[in-house]
Design a protein around this ligand. Structure first.
Ligand SMILES: [Zn+2]
Length: 122
């Protein structure tokens, strides 16, 4: 006894495109010219070399992954661009998390100062 043949259903590609609802297009990503200099490339290579292939974030230590040379005190917060003492090698997830924490702290700073001023007047 043979199995009855059934028509096979094939999926049909959507004919609808994706709608871009953004009202303003983001500016194209461009690397900061400060980061393209030979001096910065040397700083970066030194920071990565020192790490001996491991993420330097406390409690991480991942190896066998791409490392990013990170400014411990971010440049936006006054960190020195080419000081090897201001560099550490971080894996992608630690670098993303640290950058987000630094950004959140930077954005909260005016409110923190305001609260501190209120507390001083009490
Ligand atoms: Zn890490």
């Amino acid at each position: 006894m043979t199995k009855p043949k059934r028509a096979r259903l094939t999926s049909i590609a959507s004919r609808l495109g994706t709608l871009d609802t953004r009202t303003a297009q983001p500016a194209p990503k461009t690397a900061d010219p400060e980061l393209k200099t030979a001096e910065h490339q040397r700083w970066r290579a030194e920071v990565i070399r020192r790490a001996k292939g491991a993420c330097q974030a406390p409690g991480c230590g991942r190896t066998g992954i791409r490392l990013f040379a990170d400014h411990i005190v971010e440049r936006q917060d006054g960190g020195v661009l080419l000081d090897p003492a201001n560099g550490q090698a971080l894996c992608g997830s630690c670098h993303t998390a640290k950058t987000a924490r630094a950004r959140a702290a930077r954005m909260a700073e005016p409110y923190r100062r305001q609260l501190h001023g209120v507390a001083e007047r009490l």
